[in-house]
Design a protein around this ligand. Sequence first.
Ligand code: AFP
Length: 339
Amino acid sequence: MTTLNDYFQNYLTNASATNKTEIAAVINVIDTITTVGKEITELLRKGALADIHGEAGAENVQGEQQKKLDVIANDLLLDALTANKYCAGVASEELDDATAANDSGELLVLFDPLDGSSNIDINMPTGTIFSILPYHNQGQSVSNNDFLQKGTDQLAAGYLLYGSSAMLAFTLSEILDINNDGVVMFSLNPSSGEFELVKKNIAIEENTKEYAINASNYRHWLPPMQQYIDEILAGSTGPRGKNFNTRWVAAMVGDVHRILCRGGIFLYPKDTKDPSKAGKLRLMYEANPMSLLIERAGGASTDAINRIMDYAPTDIHQRVAVVLGAKNEVLHVKHLHNL
Ligand code: AFP
């Protein structure tokens, strides 16, 4: 049994003088997020008894109703990360602007504190998603602009999944992953209160028969996306020549976890409901971290045409269409959009 602590210690032992400081900082920040994840897990276990259900009575910057647990999870992460000496600043789905932490810190952290908010009150999976970026203006207080870095600049990314068990999945950037572990997964042992390693080097199959999409938006999608789903629904007698199965968790963290465990494709495409929005999901603290995990596991992550991690962001709350998972399936969606 390898605890998260053992795992991190091993990493530091293997780190060379040139990357030790950066790895130590990234690991420390992941550890802080994980500690908060344990607190959120506890609250979710108590559910209604911990008074975490229902609306908080406020809207976030996206104009969405905040749930009580959205606010609680956000505050817990904010307090813990601003107290972490390696963290120069944080940005959250629930906060209009970035919050400065420690000017001498070398890292920026973006997070969605509670992904899948509509699942909280019905005891279904939720999660916390995080992305860690380098901070280039050490000594100065952070601004929103400091966070506007490409997904390819991420030093690490991951999520905590609060499901029937609590799990942590993360990956370090290719450069920092000196042990070549790729995407790693840990499960929280309720007896010891420790996260223990369950899988590493997770690999996504290139082909799949399982897809995740909210089909109630069908009439609002662009024609290539409608065509893709039409082809899938035609099953073995249609152009794809095989039957597919649908799964939808309503929490991206749950859908991505399933894809990392057994493959599949996840789509939250652009639609015409509000033409000013490029998609529903947020680039910086949802799509980019999930893209790093998916790509490091051998999958692909696009907006249907372009690679998500190549986006040059213009806003910390920017939205993006998302098509990610099994490489050949993502390529097929791209092919339909390029016809
Ligand atoms: P929240 O950000 O409000 O928690 O929403 C979750 C989410 O952004 C993403 O995790 C899901 O895949 C998606 O919304 C579910 O959206 P639908 O409401 O269309 O099912």
